[in-house]
Design a protein around this ligand. Structure first.
Ligand code: GDP
Ligand code: MN
Length: 397
């Protein structure tokens, strides 16, 4: 689960991490009043669950309260599209109005869980700011990585080491070390999956400060953080992803593809996306119906895939275990009938009652190709999408 910058900023503040004075506004007039209180020179920042706002017009530095109101007016009630949002962008309902900080240097600091190291990882760079993705892609050696011991935690000497390696000046090593330790406390106490400060700045008057804050939380640990769960803003989520989530289904939207994938199990989802690629196409989404879904759940899942306007064909790849294939097939027929979809379906089913399931689909008069294995599935998908076979690199597009 993600939260807004203004909410993350409050958590930072409560852990003693220095942040600029700020308030949150949902109208231009509120933004103007905040700007007056903050001395006029402020930054107005669209509150969305996505980064990349600076490059997309979602961060405006202004000199007067009137300009702050105008900047807020230009953001509120619209959708902001950044390279991190879905194509249509996400709605802006609030702006953060923060005292303008005079920046001497922009740094990068994050803590995340590193699967390879099996430990929380502090990642930091002297090259912070809006180009951090280019730094990571082109000059990864400029990113310092220090793992924390999962049991002992982050030691102060590790934090100091990070601060020195990213070029924090000697007189600021002590506050920077404290800041890193406090971010680690947040990461651990709140069961975060990511705490990211970009930029962490050194101000012209010689202070270290968090100028932006992104915190992501581990969904499976939210049950012990009701105060975090209450910060959820469903409007920021993809509508279909939210609908699926509410139905207890795992649906993930993928940009740029045209094949909807229905699977049961995460491993099968990966394999199914590979088949889609082999067929020369890209997945538009995948929906994992999980273990013991009933017919109506399957029908609902099918409806969600069909409502994704990018979908031109549907690949169903199920392994019947706890979920029986005949139940899945009845659910698919139910979903296809209630949505009235004409989209071509390619169905691979194995396991419990697979033959019965395939027969139900064949008898239902749907636009369906049933296949026996994944190789056939790729071929059938290529056919229904009327594209050539995959090239040597697994794709023709
Ligand atoms: P993001 O692009 O969504 O990550 O938004 P940020 O909050 O990180 O802001 C983007 C950029 O705007 C920062 O990297 C800074 O260069 C600039 N910026 C943000 N706040 C201030 C500020 O108070 N003073 C100055 N001078 N620049 C700022
Ligand atoms: Mn940022």
């Amino acid at each position: 689960m993600n939260i807004h910058e203004y909410q993350a900023r409050e958590i930072l503040e409560s852990y003693g991490v220095p942040v600029p004075r700020a308030g949150v506004a949902s109208t231009p007039d509120e933004a103007r009043k905040l700007a007056v209180d903050l001395g006029g020179r402020v930054v107005v920042k669209a509150q969305v669950h996505a980064g990349g706002r600076g490059k997309a017009g979602g961060v405006k530095l202004v000199e007067t309260p009137d300009e702050a109101a105008a900047a807020a007016e230009g953001m509120l009630g619209r959708n902001l599209v950044t390279h991190q949002t879905r194509a249509g962008g996400v709605p802006v309902r609030q702006v953060l109005v923060a005292e303008l900080t005079d920046i001497a240097d922009e740094l990068y600091l994050a803590i995340t869980l590193d699967a390879d190291a099996r430990a929380p990882m502090v990642m930091a760079s002297s090259e912070g700011g809006v180009e951090i993705e280019e730094v990571a892609a082109n000059t990864p050696e400029r990113i310092v990585r220090v793992a924390a011991d999962p049991l002992i935690g982050l030691s102060p000497y590790h934090a100091r080491d990070v601060a020195m390696k990213i070029g924090i000046p000697p007189d600021l090593i002590r506050p920077a070390t404290t800041l890193i330790m406090n971010l680690y406390r947040i990461f651990r106490d709140k069961d975060a999956s990511l705490v990211e400060i970009n930029p962490l700045v050194i101000t012209t008057d010689g202070r270290v400060m968090a100028l932006d804050a992104k915190i992501g939380f581990e969904d499976d640990a939210l049950f012990r953080h009701p105060e975090i769960r209450s910060l959820e803003d469903p409007e920021q989520n993809d509508e279909l992803e939210q609908k699926a989530h509410d139905a207890g289904l795992a649906y993930v939207k993928l940009e740029g593809g045209r094949v909807g994938c229905m699977v049961n199990g995460a491993g099968l989802a990966m394999a199914t996306m590979d088949i889609t690629k082999t067929a020369g196409a890209d997945p538009a989404n995948f929906l994992d119906v999980g273990g013991g879904a009933a017919e109506d759940k399957i029908a609902e899942a099918f409806g969600i895939i069909v409502s994704d306007h990018d979908v031109e064909a549907i690949l169903v790849n199920l392994f019947g275990g706890i979920l029986r294939c005949d139940v899945a097939a009845r659910g698919i027929v139910m979903g296809a009938r209630s949505t009235g979809t004409q989209l071509p379906l390619v169905v691979a089913m194995r396991g419990t009652n697979a033959e019965e399931g395939l027969q139900i689909l064949a008898d239902a008069g749907l636009n369906v190709t049933t296949v026996g294995d994944l190789g056939e599935a790729a071929k059938a998908l290529t056919n229904v999408l009327a594209i050539g076979p995959a090239g040597p690199n697994g794709g023709t597009d």
